[in-house]
Design a protein around this ligand. Structure first.
Ligand code: IMP
Length: 521
């Protein structure tokens, strides 16, 4: 007998088991071994909202919240100040690498913290003797022209004019000194005015730049209209609630010298420090975490990397505010091959997150993310954020110059445990990083490779692509927020399916003669 169609939902309730597997059944490694993101899928739920309604707010650490779950890896081909500034503007956070001197790293942090601070405290200043040709070259170099002119050509000297694009655009004689063509009637603000007063002057006078002068007419800082516009265009920006500065993270190692490094980073305004180690469960890291918690109460501490509950427990007991999960799954990584240590990332994320959740410690799924689906899966398994290296390498904001090979525009991307990265020396000839080597190692055993990735354009397109993709993905699962996802996964309501090798092939593009994989417009 065929049942009446109107009873379908009722009939469903009579089944003892829900379709698919709960996360706990899926991740039972006794029966299935360690799983990677590609080994399973999330089953679709019910859609009763639009994808734009899906919220992606999350936690990086106990105290730091973000509007988007994206973290850029602390690698010297991924995160320096440019990446950290722009990913923070888009709702994520950048972790600045420490493969450089403490001073250089602190300066990078300072740049992020000063960005969009409203007042530009170190504007590019020129002297009246600079030529029009030189000013045009500066415009090319810095991408803007709005240089205040002071008597000495330095800050804290008498302001005598300003040079803007319009002043130099149609001047053909490049040898003229700027003093002959600069705007001498400059609208200025007085030292001590508030940001909103300065903004009001910029708006009412329709000027691009507002030099700020002290009572003697000396230039002390500047406000820029472009910064005002940036303020408006980034509603998701990750900012400190009190200072309104962008949030910034950075790594340190676990050597005694790293304590001095952290002091400089703290002075530069660091919000969160990541103790960088490929195997985080060490007495050195535990001591470092305790020392940081005692001495820098304002800075959040992320420990790692870990892949087991036992490792996580050590670092949680030491007082971490967040954990970083992953060993040997990064795209440039050969750790599992060389060290025989590590864990498939899906299994690592599930085990550590389900443990850390009990202590309110948010986790970062670090490494192995190749597409939006992997981010969804990391979050579904319990991570609060995803850390990406290879995904963000090759963007305009990643360090390094583009180069061409085989007709493709590329940027270098390398593991921090690659011979290339480890042999990088600072200006004084000191090798910098210690993540993969001990002080007294005289033979380097590489744990990473050095290569290249294709140009991905700006993260101002790429991160919104990830963001929108994630919203659609959560919509398919039938959850409206990351918190909702987490709760419904752990309660067993959101279901999973294991994927056989042939199911994985089926889920990829197949049987085409040729195709082009473009990910966004
Ligand atoms: P990806 O996003 O898959 O490219 O992986 C990036 C992650 O790999 C980083 O965040 C680090 O955790 C890790 N990693 C960076 N350098 C190395 C290395 O040389 N060997 C192993 N893992 C690395």
């Amino acid at each position: 007998m065929v049942r009446d169609y109107t009873t379908a939902l009722e009939y469903l309730q009579t089944f003892e088991r829900k379709d698919g597997l709960s996360v706990h059944e899926l991740m039972d490694s006794k029966t299935r071994g360690g799983l990677t993101y590609n080994d399973f899928l999330v089953l679709p739920g019910k859609i009763d909202f639009t994808s734009s309604k899906v919220g992606l707010n999350t936690k990086l650490t106990k105290k730091i919240s973000l509007h988007a779950p994206f973290v850029s890896s602390p690698m010297d081909t991924v995160t320096e100040s440019e990446m950290a500034i722009h990913i923070a503007l888009l709702g994520g956070i950048g972790i600045i690498h420490h493969n450089c001197t403490p001073e250089v790293q602190a300066e990078m942090v300072r740049k992020v913290k000063k960005y969009e601070n409203g007042f530009i405290n170190h504007p590019k200043v020129i002297s009246p003797r600079v030529t029009v040709g030189e000013a045009k070259a500066m415009k090319q170099q810095f991408g803007f022209a709005g240089f205040p002119v002071t008597e000495s050509g330095e800050l804290n000297s008498k302001l005598i004019g300003i040079i803007t694009s319009r002043d130099i655009q149609f001047v053909e004689d490049d040898s003229l000194p700027v003093s002959e063509i600069m705007t001498k009637e400059v609208v200025t603000g007085s030292q001590g005015i508030t940001l909103s007063q300065g903004n009001d002057i910029l708006k009412s006078t329709k000027k691009g730049k507002l030099p700020i002068i002290d009572s003697n007419g000396n230039l002390v800082s500047m406000l820029s209209r472009t910064d005002l516009m940036k303020n408006k265009n980034f509603p998701l920006a990750s900012k400190s609630a009190t200072t309104k500065q962008l949030l910034c993270g950075a790594t340190v190692g676990t050597m005694p010298a790293d304590r001095e490094r952290l002091k400089l980073l703290a002075e530069a305004g660091l919000d969160v420090v990541v103790v960088d180690s490929s195997q985080g469960n060490s007495v050195f890291q535990i001591e470092m975490i305790k020392w940081i918690k005692e001495n820098f109460t304002e800075i959040e501490v992320i420990g790692g990397n870990v892949v087991t509950r036992e490792q996580a427990a050590s670092l949680i007991a030491a007082g971490v505010d967040g954990l970083r999960i992953g060993m040997g799954t990064g795209s440039i990584c050969i750790t599992q091959e060389v060290m025989a240590c590590g864990r498939p990332q899906g299994t690592a994320v599930y085990n550590v997150c389900s443990f850390a959740k009990e202590f309110g410690v948010p986790c970062i799924a670090d490494g192995g993310v190749q597409n939006i689906g992997h981010i969804t899966k990391a979050l579904a398994l319990g991570a609060s954020t995803a850390m990406m290296g290879g995904m963000l390498a090759g963007t305009a904001e990643a360090p390094g110059e583009y180069f061409y090979r085989d007709g493709k525009r590329l940027k270098a991307y390398r593991g921090m445990g690659s011979i290339d990265a480890v042999q990088k020396t600072d200006a004084r000839g000191n090798a910098a990083t210690s993540r993969y080597f001990s002080e007294n190692d005289d033979v380097f055993v590489a744990q990473g490779v050095s290569g290249s990735v294709v140009d991905k354009g700006s993260i101002h397109k790429f991160i919104p692509y990830l963001y929108n993709g994630l919203q659609h993905s959560l919509q398919d699962i039938g959850v409206q927020s990351l918190q909702d996802l987490n709760e419904r996964v752990y309660s067993g309501e959101v279901r999973f399916e294991f994927r056989t090798a042939s199911a994985q092939l089926e889920g990829g593009v197949h049987n085409l003669y040729s195709y082009e994989k473009r990910l966004h417009n």
